[in-house]
Design a protein around this ligand. Structure first.
Ligand code: FA5
Length: 345
Protein backbone atom coordinates (compact mmCIF):
# COMPACT_ATOMS: atom_id res chain seq x y z
CA UNK A 1 0.00 0.00 0.00
CA UNK A 2 2.68 2.43 1.09
CA UNK A 3 4.84 1.32 -1.85
CA UNK A 4 2.00 1.97 -4.24
CA UNK A 5 1.40 5.46 -2.86
CA UNK A 6 5.11 6.30 -3.14
CA UNK A 7 5.03 5.15 -6.76
CA UNK A 8 1.98 7.38 -7.35
CA UNK A 9 3.91 10.35 -5.93
CA UNK A 10 6.84 9.57 -8.31
CA UNK A 11 4.38 9.54 -11.20
CA UNK A 12 2.90 12.90 -10.16
CA UNK A 13 6.39 14.38 -9.93
CA UNK A 14 7.43 13.16 -13.40
CA UNK A 15 4.21 14.50 -14.97
CA UNK A 16 4.38 17.82 -13.14
CA UNK A 17 8.04 18.45 -14.02
CA UNK A 18 7.39 17.68 -17.66
CA UNK A 19 4.38 20.06 -17.66
CA UNK A 20 6.32 22.89 -16.02
CA UNK A 21 9.32 22.62 -18.32
CA UNK A 22 7.11 22.87 -21.39
CA UNK A 23 5.01 25.80 -20.05
CA UNK A 24 5.62 28.58 -22.59
CA UNK A 25 3.34 31.33 -21.35
CA UNK A 26 1.50 32.58 -18.30
CA UNK A 27 -1.68 30.66 -19.19
CA UNK A 28 0.10 27.31 -19.28
CA UNK A 29 1.85 28.16 -16.01
CA UNK A 30 -1.47 28.68 -14.24
CA UNK A 31 -2.87 25.50 -15.80
CA UNK A 32 0.08 23.69 -14.19
CA UNK A 33 -0.76 25.23 -10.80
CA UNK A 34 -4.41 24.16 -10.96
CA UNK A 35 -3.58 20.66 -12.25
CA UNK A 36 -0.77 19.79 -9.81
CA UNK A 37 -1.19 22.10 -6.80
CA UNK A 38 -4.88 23.00 -6.98
CA UNK A 39 -7.51 21.88 -4.42
CA UNK A 40 -8.71 19.05 -6.65
CA UNK A 41 -5.20 17.91 -7.75
CA UNK A 42 -4.10 14.32 -6.98
CA UNK A 43 -1.25 15.54 -4.74
CA UNK A 44 -3.43 17.78 -2.56
CA UNK A 45 -6.11 15.04 -2.39
CA UNK A 46 -3.45 12.57 -1.11
CA UNK A 47 -2.39 15.10 1.55
CA UNK A 48 -6.00 15.80 2.54
CA UNK A 49 -6.79 12.07 2.93
CA UNK A 50 -3.74 11.42 5.16
CA UNK A 51 -5.85 11.87 8.26
CA UNK A 52 -7.63 8.59 7.42
CA UNK A 53 -4.31 6.74 6.87
CA UNK A 54 -2.30 4.45 9.10
CA UNK A 55 0.31 6.10 11.38
CA UNK A 56 3.13 4.68 9.23
CA UNK A 57 1.62 6.11 5.99
CA UNK A 58 1.01 9.40 7.74
CA UNK A 59 4.74 9.57 8.43
CA UNK A 60 6.24 8.20 5.19
CA UNK A 61 3.67 9.39 2.64
CA UNK A 62 3.06 12.64 4.53
CA UNK A 63 6.71 13.62 4.46
CA UNK A 64 7.20 12.53 0.78
CA UNK A 65 4.01 14.34 -0.39
CA UNK A 66 4.89 17.55 1.50
CA UNK A 67 8.41 17.44 0.03
CA UNK A 68 6.96 17.03 -3.47
CA UNK A 69 4.52 19.90 -2.85
CA UNK A 70 7.43 22.21 -1.87
CA UNK A 71 9.44 21.07 -4.93
CA UNK A 72 6.55 21.82 -7.27
CA UNK A 73 5.99 25.23 -5.64
CA UNK A 74 9.68 26.09 -6.17
CA UNK A 75 9.50 24.81 -9.78
CA UNK A 76 6.42 27.01 -10.31
CA UNK A 77 8.17 30.13 -8.95
CA UNK A 78 11.27 29.47 -11.09
CA UNK A 79 9.21 28.97 -14.23
CA UNK A 80 7.32 32.20 -13.47
CA UNK A 81 10.63 34.10 -13.29
CA UNK A 82 11.87 32.45 -16.47
CA UNK A 83 8.75 33.52 -18.38
CA UNK A 84 8.85 37.05 -16.98
CA UNK A 85 12.49 37.51 -18.05
CA UNK A 86 11.57 36.09 -21.44
CA UNK A 87 8.70 38.60 -21.82
CA UNK A 88 10.93 41.52 -20.84
CA UNK A 89 13.42 40.50 -23.51
CA UNK A 90 10.60 40.63 -26.03
CA UNK A 91 9.62 44.12 -24.87
CA UNK A 92 13.12 45.55 -24.89
CA UNK A 93 13.38 48.75 -26.95
CA UNK A 94 15.97 48.89 -29.67
CA UNK A 95 16.69 52.61 -29.81
CA UNK A 96 18.82 52.20 -32.93
CA UNK A 97 15.90 50.81 -34.97
CA UNK A 98 14.67 53.33 -37.64
CA UNK A 99 11.30 54.90 -36.70
CA UNK A 100 8.00 54.20 -38.45
CA UNK A 101 6.86 57.06 -40.69
CA UNK A 102 3.55 58.55 -39.52
CA UNK A 103 1.45 59.37 -42.56
CA UNK A 104 -0.19 62.79 -42.40
CA UNK A 105 -2.67 64.49 -44.71
CA UNK A 106 -1.92 67.54 -46.82
CA UNK A 107 -3.92 70.63 -47.67
CA UNK A 108 -5.97 70.29 -50.84
CA UNK A 109 -4.65 72.51 -53.69
CA UNK A 110 -8.03 74.25 -53.97
CA UNK A 111 -7.84 75.13 -50.25
CA UNK A 112 -4.28 76.44 -50.68
CA UNK A 113 -5.45 78.65 -53.55
CA UNK A 114 -8.48 79.83 -51.54
CA UNK A 115 -6.21 80.84 -48.62
CA UNK A 116 -3.82 82.67 -51.01
CA UNK A 117 -6.74 84.55 -52.57
CA UNK A 118 -8.19 85.51 -49.19
CA UNK A 119 -4.83 86.83 -47.99
CA UNK A 120 -4.32 88.98 -51.11
CA UNK A 121 -7.81 90.47 -50.92
CA UNK A 122 -7.61 91.06 -47.18
CA UNK A 123 -4.37 92.99 -47.85
CA UNK A 124 -6.40 95.16 -50.28
CA UNK A 125 -9.03 95.96 -47.63
CA UNK A 126 -11.67 93.38 -48.67
CA UNK A 127 -13.63 91.23 -46.17
CA UNK A 128 -14.57 87.57 -46.65
CA UNK A 129 -18.30 86.66 -46.69
CA UNK A 130 -20.18 83.41 -47.27
CA UNK A 131 -23.62 81.97 -47.94
CA UNK A 132 -25.47 78.61 -48.15
CA UNK A 133 -24.79 75.93 -50.77
CA UNK A 134 -28.51 74.99 -50.88
CA UNK A 135 -29.94 78.30 -52.03
CA UNK A 136 -33.33 79.86 -52.74
CA UNK A 137 -34.07 79.85 -56.45
CA UNK A 138 -35.14 83.46 -55.81
CA UNK A 139 -31.60 84.48 -54.77
CA UNK A 140 -29.72 82.24 -57.23
CA UNK A 141 -31.77 83.60 -60.15
CA UNK A 142 -34.74 85.97 -59.68
CA UNK A 143 -33.07 88.64 -57.51
CA UNK A 144 -30.11 88.52 -59.90
CA UNK A 145 -32.37 89.76 -62.68
CA UNK A 146 -32.98 86.38 -64.36
CA UNK A 147 -36.61 86.77 -65.52
CA UNK A 148 -38.87 83.72 -64.83
CA UNK A 149 -38.81 81.28 -67.77
CA UNK A 150 -36.08 83.33 -69.46
CA UNK A 151 -33.56 81.30 -71.50
CA UNK A 152 -30.73 82.90 -69.45
CA UNK A 153 -31.58 80.36 -66.68
CA UNK A 154 -30.33 77.64 -69.02
CA UNK A 155 -26.86 79.22 -69.08
CA UNK A 156 -26.20 77.45 -65.80
CA UNK A 157 -27.12 73.78 -65.67
CA UNK A 158 -29.00 73.62 -62.41
CA UNK A 159 -29.56 70.87 -59.83
CA UNK A 160 -33.05 71.55 -58.46
CA UNK A 161 -34.03 70.32 -54.98
CA UNK A 162 -37.18 68.15 -55.09
CA UNK A 163 -39.75 69.46 -52.65
CA UNK A 164 -43.56 69.60 -52.68
CA UNK A 165 -43.85 72.58 -50.32
CA UNK A 166 -41.94 75.72 -49.42
CA UNK A 167 -39.96 77.96 -51.75
CA UNK A 168 -38.13 76.51 -54.74
CA UNK A 169 -34.54 75.57 -53.83
CA UNK A 170 -31.45 74.81 -55.90
CA UNK A 171 -27.85 73.77 -55.31
CA UNK A 172 -26.33 77.19 -55.99
CA UNK A 173 -24.86 77.35 -59.46
CA UNK A 174 -22.60 80.31 -58.63
CA UNK A 175 -21.50 82.44 -55.67
CA UNK A 176 -23.47 85.46 -56.98
CA UNK A 177 -26.55 84.91 -54.72
CA UNK A 178 -24.31 85.95 -51.80
CA UNK A 179 -24.27 89.43 -53.42
CA UNK A 180 -28.02 89.68 -52.61
CA UNK A 181 -27.64 88.22 -49.10
CA UNK A 182 -24.77 90.59 -48.27
CA UNK A 183 -26.40 93.70 -49.74
CA UNK A 184 -29.67 93.01 -47.86
CA UNK A 185 -27.71 92.99 -44.59
CA UNK A 186 -25.14 95.77 -45.23
CA UNK A 187 -25.00 99.32 -46.52
CA UNK A 188 -22.31 100.59 -49.00
CA UNK A 189 -19.48 101.37 -49.20
CA UNK A 190 -18.06 97.82 -48.95
CA UNK A 191 -15.77 95.41 -50.75
CA UNK A 192 -16.09 91.68 -50.21
CA UNK A 193 -14.99 88.39 -51.67
CA UNK A 194 -17.03 85.19 -51.38
CA UNK A 195 -15.14 81.94 -51.91
CA UNK A 196 -17.38 78.87 -52.05
CA UNK A 197 -18.49 75.59 -53.57
CA UNK A 198 -21.00 75.61 -56.43
CA UNK A 199 -22.68 72.91 -58.51
CA UNK A 200 -23.48 72.47 -62.21
CA UNK A 201 -25.43 69.64 -63.76
CA UNK A 202 -23.08 69.28 -66.70
CA UNK A 203 -20.88 66.72 -68.44
CA UNK A 204 -17.28 66.78 -67.24
CA UNK A 205 -14.15 67.17 -69.36
CA UNK A 206 -10.60 68.43 -68.77
CA UNK A 207 -11.85 71.95 -67.91
CA UNK A 208 -15.39 71.30 -66.57
CA UNK A 209 -16.51 69.74 -63.27
CA UNK A 210 -20.01 69.29 -61.80
CA UNK A 211 -18.77 70.39 -58.34
CA UNK A 212 -16.40 73.32 -58.37
CA UNK A 213 -15.39 76.42 -56.46
CA UNK A 214 -15.79 80.04 -57.39
CA UNK A 215 -15.00 83.25 -55.69
CA UNK A 216 -17.12 86.31 -56.07
CA UNK A 217 -15.75 89.81 -55.66
CA UNK A 218 -18.11 92.72 -55.06
CA UNK A 219 -17.17 96.36 -54.56
CA UNK A 220 -19.93 98.94 -54.13
CA UNK A 221 -19.72 102.67 -53.49
CA UNK A 222 -21.06 105.95 -54.93
CA UNK A 223 -18.81 106.06 -58.00
CA UNK A 224 -17.25 102.71 -58.93
CA UNK A 225 -16.35 102.15 -62.60
CA UNK A 226 -14.73 99.55 -64.90
CA UNK A 227 -11.33 101.15 -64.20
CA UNK A 228 -11.60 100.07 -60.53
CA UNK A 229 -12.36 96.53 -61.67
CA UNK A 230 -9.37 96.42 -64.05
CA UNK A 231 -7.01 97.83 -61.42
CA UNK A 232 -8.11 95.41 -58.69
CA UNK A 233 -8.02 92.44 -61.12
CA UNK A 234 -4.54 93.30 -62.43
CA UNK A 235 -3.25 93.86 -58.90
CA UNK A 236 -4.73 90.55 -57.78
CA UNK A 237 -3.35 88.47 -60.67
CA UNK A 238 0.20 89.82 -60.43
CA UNK A 239 0.23 89.11 -56.66
CA UNK A 240 -1.34 85.68 -57.15
CA UNK A 241 1.01 84.48 -59.92
CA UNK A 242 3.99 86.56 -58.68
CA UNK A 243 4.45 87.32 -62.38
CA UNK A 244 3.03 89.51 -65.14
CA UNK A 245 0.14 87.70 -66.83
CA UNK A 246 -1.73 89.23 -69.74
CA UNK A 247 -5.41 90.00 -69.22
CA UNK A 248 -8.14 90.05 -71.85
CA UNK A 249 -11.71 91.33 -71.48
CA UNK A 250 -14.32 90.15 -73.96
CA UNK A 251 -17.87 91.51 -74.17
CA UNK A 252 -20.34 89.06 -72.66
CA UNK A 253 -23.78 88.81 -71.12
CA UNK A 254 -24.95 88.16 -67.58
CA UNK A 255 -28.44 89.27 -66.49
CA UNK A 256 -27.00 90.73 -63.25
CA UNK A 257 -24.32 93.00 -64.77
CA UNK A 258 -24.40 95.78 -67.33
CA UNK A 259 -22.03 96.01 -69.13
CA UNK A 260 -20.76 92.42 -68.77
CA UNK A 261 -17.48 90.87 -69.79
CA UNK A 262 -15.65 87.59 -69.87
CA UNK A 263 -12.23 87.67 -68.24
CA UNK A 264 -9.32 85.64 -69.71
CA UNK A 265 -5.63 85.40 -68.75
CA UNK A 266 -2.73 83.95 -70.75
CA UNK A 267 -2.35 80.23 -70.07
CA UNK A 268 0.49 79.82 -67.57
CA UNK A 269 0.97 76.13 -68.43
CA UNK A 270 2.05 76.85 -72.04
CA UNK A 271 2.63 80.64 -71.70
CA UNK A 272 0.13 81.22 -74.49
CA UNK A 273 1.50 78.66 -76.97
CA UNK A 274 -1.47 76.25 -76.72
CA UNK A 275 -1.84 73.04 -74.65
CA UNK A 276 -4.46 70.65 -73.26
CA UNK A 277 -5.18 72.90 -70.26
CA UNK A 278 -6.29 75.77 -72.52
CA UNK A 279 -7.64 73.56 -75.32
CA UNK A 280 -4.89 75.01 -77.56
CA UNK A 281 -6.26 78.55 -77.24
CA UNK A 282 -3.33 80.08 -75.34
CA UNK A 283 -5.92 81.80 -73.12
CA UNK A 284 -7.84 80.44 -70.16
CA UNK A 285 -11.26 81.75 -69.27
CA UNK A 286 -11.11 82.68 -65.61
CA UNK A 287 -14.59 84.08 -65.12
CA UNK A 288 -17.30 86.57 -65.75
CA UNK A 289 -17.49 90.13 -64.50
CA UNK A 290 -19.32 93.40 -64.97
CA UNK A 291 -20.92 96.45 -63.40
CA UNK A 292 -23.73 95.52 -60.98
CA UNK A 293 -27.10 95.88 -62.73
CA UNK A 294 -29.37 98.51 -61.13
CA UNK A 295 -32.17 95.88 -60.96
CA UNK A 296 -29.91 93.84 -58.64
CA UNK A 297 -29.44 96.83 -56.32
CA UNK A 298 -33.23 97.27 -56.35
CA UNK A 299 -33.79 93.56 -55.51
CA UNK A 300 -31.44 94.00 -52.53
CA UNK A 301 -33.52 96.96 -51.31
CA UNK A 302 -31.27 99.85 -52.46
CA UNK A 303 -32.75 102.83 -54.39
CA UNK A 304 -32.07 102.55 -58.14
CA UNK A 305 -29.22 104.66 -59.57
CA UNK A 306 -27.91 105.54 -56.11
CA UNK A 307 -24.84 103.25 -56.09
CA UNK A 308 -22.36 101.72 -58.56
CA UNK A 309 -20.34 98.56 -58.20
CA UNK A 310 -18.37 95.90 -59.96
CA UNK A 311 -18.74 92.14 -59.46
CA UNK A 312 -16.92 89.09 -60.71
CA UNK A 313 -17.13 85.32 -60.31
CA UNK A 314 -13.95 83.34 -61.01
CA UNK A 315 -13.29 79.60 -60.96
CA UNK A 316 -10.88 78.49 -58.20
CA UNK A 317 -9.95 75.20 -59.90
CA UNK A 318 -9.05 77.10 -63.08
CA UNK A 319 -6.70 79.30 -61.03
CA UNK A 320 -5.18 76.28 -59.26
CA UNK A 321 -4.62 74.65 -62.68
CA UNK A 322 -2.73 77.72 -63.83
CA UNK A 323 -0.70 78.04 -60.67
CA UNK A 324 0.33 74.38 -60.38
CA UNK A 325 0.33 73.59 -64.11
CA UNK A 326 -2.40 70.93 -63.85
CA UNK A 327 -3.92 69.99 -67.19
CA UNK A 328 -7.09 68.16 -66.08
CA UNK A 329 -9.67 69.61 -63.66
CA UNK A 330 -11.00 66.12 -62.80
CA UNK A 331 -7.85 65.40 -60.78
CA UNK A 332 -9.07 67.70 -57.97
CA UNK A 333 -12.04 65.46 -57.14
CA UNK A 334 -10.29 62.18 -57.95
CA UNK A 335 -9.22 61.55 -54.33
CA UNK A 336 -5.92 60.23 -55.74
CA UNK A 337 -3.36 60.70 -52.95
CA UNK A 338 -0.44 60.59 -55.40
CA UNK A 339 -1.86 63.77 -56.92
CA UNK A 340 -3.00 65.46 -53.70
CA UNK A 341 0.26 64.84 -51.76
CA UNK A 342 2.28 66.90 -54.23
CA UNK A 343 1.05 70.17 -52.84
CA UNK A 344 2.65 69.59 -49.45
CA UNK A 345 2.02 71.92 -46.53
C1 FA5 B 1 -20.93 82.88 -63.36
O1 FA5 B 1 -21.02 81.91 -62.62
C2 FA5 B 1 -21.24 84.27 -62.86
N1 FA5 B 1 -21.88 84.20 -61.60
C3 FA5 B 1 -19.95 85.06 -62.83
C4 FA5 B 1 -20.14 86.53 -62.57
C5 FA5 B 1 -20.12 87.03 -61.28
C6 FA5 B 1 -20.36 87.39 -63.66
C7 FA5 B 1 -20.29 88.36 -61.05
C8 FA5 B 1 -20.53 88.72 -63.44
C9 FA5 B 1 -20.49 89.20 -62.14
P1 FA5 B 1 -19.94 81.54 -65.39
O2 FA5 B 1 -21.04 80.56 -65.52
O3 FA5 B 1 -19.30 81.99 -66.62
O4 FA5 B 1 -20.43 82.83 -64.58
O5 FA5 B 1 -18.83 80.93 -64.40
C10 FA5 B 1 -17.78 81.71 -63.93
C11 FA5 B 1 -16.48 80.92 -63.88
O6 FA5 B 1 -16.65 79.76 -63.08
C12 FA5 B 1 -16.05 80.37 -65.23
O7 FA5 B 1 -15.40 81.31 -66.00
C13 FA5 B 1 -15.11 79.28 -64.79
O8 FA5 B 1 -13.88 79.80 -64.32
C14 FA5 B 1 -15.85 78.73 -63.61
N2 FA5 B 1 -16.69 77.61 -64.01
C15 FA5 B 1 -17.99 77.64 -64.42
N3 FA5 B 1 -18.46 76.40 -64.70
C16 FA5 B 1 -17.43 75.57 -64.49
C17 FA5 B 1 -17.26 74.14 -64.58
N4 FA5 B 1 -18.24 73.34 -64.92
N5 FA5 B 1 -16.04 73.62 -64.24
C18 FA5 B 1 -15.03 74.44 -63.86
N6 FA5 B 1 -15.12 75.76 -63.73
C19 FA5 B 1 -16.29 76.33 -64.05
Amino acid sequence: MTEEKLKKLEEIKANALSDISSAGDEGQLYQFKVKHLGRKSTLITILRNLKHSTPIDKKIIGSAANKLKRELEVAFELAKKRLLIHDLTKERLDVTEPGKKVSTGSIHPVSIVRMDIENIFISMGFSVADGPEVELDAFNFTALNFPEDHPARDMQDTFYIKSSEGPKMVLRTHTSPVQIRYMKANKPPFRIIVPGRVFRNEATDSTHEHTLHQFEALMVDDLINVGHFKYVAQQFFSLFFKDKVKIRLRPSFFPFTEPSFEFDITCTVCKGGGCRACKNEGWIEIGGAGMVHQNVFAAAGYPKNRYQGFAWGFGLERLAMMKYKIDDIRLFMSGDLRFLKQFGV
